[in-house]
Design a protein around this ligand. Structure first.
Ligand code: NDP
Length: 408
C-alpha cells in the first residue's frame, strides 16, 4: 500500500508528516488535510526547511472538514491514498473510519473517539464507537489499527512483548507516563487545553480484581523510581489502553499512571473549583455570555509555542508482573530538545507522532496489513519496535538482569 493521507495539522500531525517525509521512498506521496489549510502549508514549509523530504514524492496540503465522510472519501480517492493516519481531534475518528471502510484505505488513529457533547467518555471506551465497526472492517477487508500513538500505542506493544517473552500470565500491567521536561512557563498544557483538561475532570477508571473500579482524579498517587528521570510521582488516570488491554488480558489488573507536579495540580484544582474549566456558558454582569473553559484556553500559552524552550526528558513505559514474581519494565526515554531539532516539535508530540509512521511502513510492506480492525497488542510487536529503534524512539528493558536494549 502507498500514498499517505494525514488528517489534522496540529502538534502530532507535524511530527507524523516529517517522519512520513523522511520515509517517502517507501510511503509514496504525502497529503496533509485539516480544516485550516494554512496549518498544513506551514507543516510542509517546515518539512522543506528541515530537509526532511527524502526521494521524489509529492507533498500536498488540503482543506478538509473531517466530520464530513463524503468529503473524506472524495479526498482519499482524489489523492489515491491507501493509508490514512488520523491525528486530528478525537471528534473525527468515526467519520474518517467510515470513509476508509467505504474506500478500502487503511485507517489509523492515536486516541479513542469522543463525542464533543460529552464531558468524558466512560468505559468500555473502544466498545462505545470503534469496535462497533469491527465487522464492517472485516467485511470490507479494511486494515484499521486503533490507538497507535505512544500511549495508547507503543505501550500496548510493550505489554504484548513483556507477556510473550518475559512475564507470562500477568497479574498486573501498569502504564507509566512521565514528562520530566520543563517548558519554562508559569503554567501551560502540553496539548489543546480543552482536550487536556477533559481528560482529568472526569472519573478515573481502572481495571482491577476483574472489574472496572472508579476513583477521583489525583486520589491515587504512587512514586515510581524510573530509569533516567528518577523518582517521580504519578497519579492513576483513565486512559484508552486500559480498556483494550483489560479485554485482552482480563485476569491482570490494568492501570494507567500519569506524572503531575504539585504546581500543575494546584492550578488545575483552583481552576476546577472556581468553575473555570466548565464548558457551560455563564453571563457576566455586562450581559456578555462566555464559556469559562474557552476563556482559560484563550489566556494560556498556545501549546505549539512551548516547543522551542522545552527541555528535559520523557519516560513512558509498561511494567508487567506475574504471580511467580517475574517483573519487567519496557520503556522509552525521549528528549524534548532533540525532538525540536529534528522536527520542530516538543517531545510529547514526537512520541505520539512517530509510531503511526512506523505502522504505516508495516502496512505498506504487508507485515501489519491485517485487513481487519485491531488494537496494537493484537499485532506482532517486534517488527514495530525494531523500526522505532531506528526512528528516534528506541525501546529499553529493565528487569532482574539489569537495564538494556529490549532485544539484547
Ligand atoms: P491539536 O489540537 O494540536 O491538532 C488537532 C488538529 O485536528 C488541528 O490541526 C485541527 O485542525 C484538526 N481538526 C479538528 N477538527 C477537524 C475537522 N473537523 N476536520 C479536519 N481537521 C480537524 O492536537 P494534537 O496534534 O496534540 O493531537 C492529535 C491527536 O493525537 C488527538 O486525538 C490526541 O488525543 C492524540 N494524541 C495521542 C497521543 C498518544 O500517545 N496516543 C498523545 C498525544 C495526542 P484545524 O485547527 O485546522 O481545525
Amino acid at each position: 500500500k502507498r500514498n499517505v493521507l494525514i488528517i489534522g495539522a496540529g502538534g502530532v500531525a507535524q511530527v507524523t508528516a516529517h517522519k512520513c517525509a523522511q520515509h517517502a521512498p517507501a510511503l509514496g506521496d504525502i497529503h496533509i488535510a485539516s480544516r485550516t489549510k494554512a496549518k498544513c502549508d506551514e507543516i510542509i514549509a517546515s518539512i522543506h526547511e528541515k530537509g526532511s523530504l527524502k526521494g521524489g514524492g509529492a507533498l500536498s496540503a488540503h482543506a478538509l472538514d473531517a466530520m464530513d465522510t463524503p468529503a473524506v472519501s472524495a479526498l482519499i480517492r482524489e489523492t489515491g491514498a491507501q493509508i490514512v493516519i488520523n491525528v486530528g481531534s478525537p471528534f473525527v475518528n468515526m467519520s474518517v473510519l467510515a470513509a476508509c471502510i467505504e474506500t478500502g484505505a487503511a485507517y489509523m488513529d492515536t486516541a479513542i473517539h469522543e463525542d464533543p457533547e460529552k464531558i468524558c467518555e466512560t468505559p468500555p471506551w473502544y466498545g462505545n464507537y470503534e469496535w462497533q465497526r469491527r465487522d464492517a472492517c472485516a467485511r470490507a477487508g479494511v486494515t484499521a489499527i486503533l490507538g497507535i500513538g505512544f500511549d495508547p500505542g507503543v505501550v500496548n506493544a510493550y505489554a504484548k512483548l513483556a507477556i510473550a517473552d518475559h512475564v507470562p500470565d500477568p497479574v498486573s500491567i501498569d502504564i507509566v507516563d512521565i514528562n520530566a521536561g520543563s517548558h519554562g512557563r508559569w503554567f501551560a498544557t502540553n496539548f489543546d487545553p480543552e482536550i487536556n483538561f477533559r481528560e482529568f475532570t472526569g472519573t478515573v477508571y481502572s481495571w482491577q480484581d476483574g472489574a472496572w473500579q472508579t476513583n477521583k482524579m489525583f486520589e491515587v498517587g504512587k512514586v515510581w523510581d524510573l530509569p533516567v528521570v528518577g523518582e517521580q510521582k504519578a497519579y492513576m488516570t483513565g486512559h484508552d489502553e486500559v480498556h483494550s488491554l483489560a479485554t485482552h488480558y482480563p485476569n491482570a489488573d490494568v492501570r494507567f499512571w500519569m506524572g503531575f507536579g504539585d504546581h500543575y495540580i494546584n492550578v488545575f484544582t483552583v481552576l476546577k473549583n472556581l468553575g473555570l474549566l466548565s464548558e457551560q456558558p455563564v453571563k457576566t454582569a455586562e450581559g456578555l455570555e462566555v464559556v469559562p473553559l474557552k476563556v482559560v484556553k484563550a489566556v494560556l500559552p498556545d501549546p505549539a509555542s512551548l516547543a522551542p524552550d522545552y527541555e528535559g526528558k520523557t519516560c513512558i513505559g509498561t511494567q508487567v508482573r506475574n504471580a511467580a514474581g517475574a517483573e519487567v519494565f519496557i520503556y522509552n526515554v525521549a528528549d524534548h530538545r532533540e525532538a525540536f531539532a529534528e522536527v520542530g516539535s516538543q517531545g510529547i508530540s514526537y512520541t505520539a507522532g512517530v509510531p503511526p509512521v512506523a505502522a504505516a511502513l508495516l502496512i505498506a510492506d504487508g507485515t501489519w496489513d491485517t485487513g481487519t480492525m485491531v488494537n496494537v497488542e493484537e499485532l506482532d510487536p517486534k517488527p514495530f519496535l525494531r523500526l522505532l529503534d531506528g526512528m528516534g524512539l528506541p525501546t529499553r528493558l529493565r528487569d532482574e538482569r539489569g537495564d538494556r536494549a529490549w532485544d539484547e
